[in-house]
Design a protein around this ligand. Structure first.
Ligand SMILES: Nc1nc2c(ncn2[C@@H]2O[C@H](COP(=O)(O)OP(=O)(O)OP(=O)(O)O)[C@@H](O)[C@H]2O)c(=O)[nH]1
Ligand SMILES: [Mg+2]
Length: 186
């Protein structure tokens, strides 16, 4: 149940460039989110105009009165030094994978590997974004890759459009439920 970790109520959004981490936090936050967008350069510029260079931050108020702080990482690997820093003190990870990027299953493995010790101590829930733009791989493909990786317990995984508050709330709710079934009203 890991309830000793719950008073921090900090969750981390990480995952692929352009997956929608900043958008998801903006969709879900009950306060104006703080973001650190800069003009994208190199390969990211082919995908989008701006990219997160340090972090995103928002707050979600649960009906239970609990406050959940939402931290988003940059997607670009050159800012990966921020990933560990932001994860410090977190109670769980929302991993967003961009289904329209090349080789999203590889990205899934890469992020699960990077955060393996954090996940072992906390929990992870997975959102697959951009499925309206790319139907493949399917959620079944992700589930079979997860079972090959052997991560236990098997993480919750959903189709998520980061622009839709309800979609983001669903993956956060699943994460909170994994940590503590009493905290469900995200
Ligand atoms: N079509 C579509 N667009 C989406 C979806 N989810 C997010 N987006 C869009 O994807 C774009 C990228 O979103 P961001 O929130 O900047 O992505 P990010 O993960 O923060 O990216 P980095 O900070 O660069 O790593 C935005 O224009 C979103 O509106 C989705 O499921 N479908
Ligand atoms: Mg971002």
């Amino acid at each position: 149940m890991r309830s000793d970790r719950l008073p921090h109520n900090k969750i981390i959004f990480s995952g692929t460039v352009g997956a929608g981490k900043s958008t998801a936090i903006a969709s879900l936050s009950d306060v104006t989110p703080i973001s650190t967008e800069a003009i994208a350069s190199d390969t990211t510029a082919q995908l989008k105009e701006t990219t997160t260079v340090a972090m995103d931050y928002g707050i979600l108020f649960l009906q239970s009165g609990e406050k959940v702080m939402l931290y988003g990482t940059p997607g670009q690997e050159r800012f990966s030094f921020m990933w560990d820093i932001l994860a410090e003190g977190g109670i769980g990870l929302v991993l967003l994978i961009n289904n329209a990027a090349p080789d999203p299953l590889h990205h899934l493995e890469k992020y699960l590997y990077f955060f393996r010790s954090f996940i072992a101590d906390t929990a992870v829930a997975i959102g697959i974004t951009h499925m309206d733009r790319s139907l493949m791989p399917t959620l079944m493909d992700y589930r079979s890759r997860l079972s090959k990786i052997g991560i236990m317990p098997s993480p919750a995984i959903f189709r998520v459009d980061a622009r839709q508050r309800e979609d983001v709330a669903m993956v956060v709710r699943a994460l909170l439920y994994t940590l503590n079934p009493g905290l469900i009203d995200a």
